[in-house]
Design a protein around this ligand. Structure first.
Ligand SMILES: Cc1cc2nc3c(=O)[nH]c(=O)nc-3n(C[C@H](O)[C@H](O)[C@H](O)COP(=O)(O)O)c2cc1C
Length: 204
């Protein structure tokens, strides 16, 4: 039986997207997948980071816990799931900067046929969770991924998340977020992506 390798590549400033990433990893591992959790690097100066309360501490904590993604992480993965906080209804520049470094892989078609997905954290209920995921679908298509949405494949999707990918609403403070339902949807995304990745691997 083939084991799928899943790379979860995310940006998180305050830890909400990170919690979804961990739940997706849990779901993927339930399907026997080997998971690499990777947080993309900060792209703004230390001076800017220092101006926002908590950003420096949070960035240092996550940098110590997660390696930054490399192109090798993507090439060796059977599936890549990208996570981002929303920024004005769109993908964060930190994740986008990493995506924009993948031209070499795009030119070689190195990611063609891998399973791919997206998850997101917003601050408000309609603050761009779906638009952010759909925006990210653009780069997944260009890079040749087979997009794996969450759909309504599990009862949890009728209570939370989106049919495009897991999401959570942080509401400005991270105490109550993500909810148990948000985390359940994230685990569904991990399981489902791992199932598809395994099937694609067996078919090739
Ligand atoms: C510059 C900027 C733009 C943002 N734009 C939105 C937005 O359009 N909609 C929204 O709901 N939240 C927005 N947010 C809030 C974050 O997306 C939200 O707090 C998210 O949960 C943070 O995830 P993290 O804890 O993983 O960093 C924005 C935050 C920043 C700093």
């Amino acid at each position: 039986m083939a084991t799928a390798k899943i790379a979860i590549v995310f940006y998180s400033r305050n830890g909400n997207t990170e919690k979804l990433a961990e739940a997706i990893a849990e779901g993927a591992r339930e399907e026997g997948a080997e998971v690499a959790l990777r947080r993309v690097k900060e792209i703004v100066s230390e001076e800017v980071i220092a101006h926002v309360p908590g950003w420096k501490e949070s960035a240092e904590r996550m940098a110590a816990k997660y390696e930054a993604p490399t192109t090798d992480d993507l090439v060796s993965a059977d599936a890549v799931i990208f996570g981002t906080p929303t920024r004005f209804g769109n993908v964060s520049s930190e994740l986008k900067a990493f995506i924009d470094s993948l031209g070499g892989l795009w030119a070689k078609g190195a990611l063609n046929g891998k399973a791919g997905g997206v998850f997101v954290s917003t601050s408000t209920p309609h603050g761009g969770n779906e638009s952010t995921i759909l925006s990210a679908y653009n780069f997944l298509a260009h890079l040749g991924f087979i997009i794996v949405p969450t759909g309504y494949t599990d009862p949890a999707l009728f209570a939370g998340g989106t049919p495009y990918g897991a999401s959570s609403v942080s509401g400005g403070g991270s105490d109550q977020a993500p909810t148990e339902i948000d985390l359940a949807v994230a685990r569904v995304q991990g399981r489902r992506t791992a199932q598809v990745a395994k099937a694609l691997k067996q078919a090739n």
